[in-house]
Design a protein around this ligand. Structure first.
Ligand code: HEM
Length: 219
């Protein structure tokens, strides 16, 4: 019965072909360092899932943000766990993505024909750091407020366009409700869309070009 049902869908959707193309590929001899891309993908998925759950109770306004987080931690069933995973997952994702980048660099995987895989990776790294920066403000506690004050001030030291960048990030001269709304928007919409799109292109190229082999002595 299940076999017939699967065959019906397979004939129309080409599920077996997708399975062979995406998951059943030939790969050269690899080692544990090659698992870090998939680990990054897993962490991104987990951040997305826990982040979506957090938005059910989180309120992005200066007079409610802090209290809504307190409520998630103490009043919501398993709220502490969901927030804990999102909080530690953020740091772990930055670390894992960074080590994945080091792996591809030291194994020369960025060379022809994988230059575009590398370039989309650069965007992924910057967007991941952006997620950390924008997410840090959301609890709206003292640490968040002052860390973002310092962070946006540092961005303001860029020659010529610095003051403009600072103004755009803060949505004014100081941190305010506008800053919080802006960071929340970038954190839950703009950057996840960029990361999702870039991961799509990144993985398409990984599948299309195949995984590079570990460089030997002669390479
Ligand atoms: C959210 C972030 C990222 C995700 C989800 C991701 C995912 C992946 C996956 C699943 C692979 C195939 C398995 C592997 O080689 O580990 C891969 C390969 C690759 N990634 Fe990433 N990646 C990310 C960030 C980056 C960054 C920051 C760079 C470099 C700047 C990068 C450059 C590459 C390259 C060059 C390959 C090809 C490796 C090869 O063919 O040997 N990636 N990525």
């Amino acid at each position: 019965m299940l076999k017939t049902l699967f065959a019906w869908f397979d004939e129309r959707l080409g599920l077996t072909t997708i399975y062979h193309t995406v998951l059943d590929r030939k790969i050269p001899p690899v080692n544990w360092w090659f698992t870090l891309g998939s680990a990054s993908l897993f962490l991104f998925t987990m951040q997305a899932a826990t982040g979506i759950l957090l938005t059910v109770y989180y309120v992005p306004s200066p007079d409610r943000a802090y209290d809504s987080i307190q409520y998630i931690m103490t009043g919501v069933q398993f709220g502490w766990l969901i927030r804990g995973i999102h909080h530690w997952g953020a740091s772990l994702m930055v670390l894992v993505v960074f080590i994945h980048m080091l792996r591809t660099f030291f194994f020369g995987a960025y060379k022809f024909p994988r230059e575009l895989t590398w370039l989309t990776g650069v965007v992924l790294l910057l967007a991941t750091l952006g997620m950390g920066f924008t997410g840090y403000l959301l609890p709206w506690n003292q640490r968040a407020y002052w860390a973002t004050t310092v962070g946006t001030s540092i961005a303001g030291t860029v020659p010529v366009i610095g003051p403009w960048i600072n103004q755009v990030l803060r949505g004014g001269t100081d941190l305010s409700a506008v800053t919080l709304a802006r960071f929340f928007s970038v954190h839950i919409w703009w950057l996840p869309v960029v990361i999702g799109g870039m991961i799509g292109i990144h993985l398409y190229m990984v599948i299309r070009l195949g995984i590079s082999a570990i460089p030997g002595k002669d390479d």
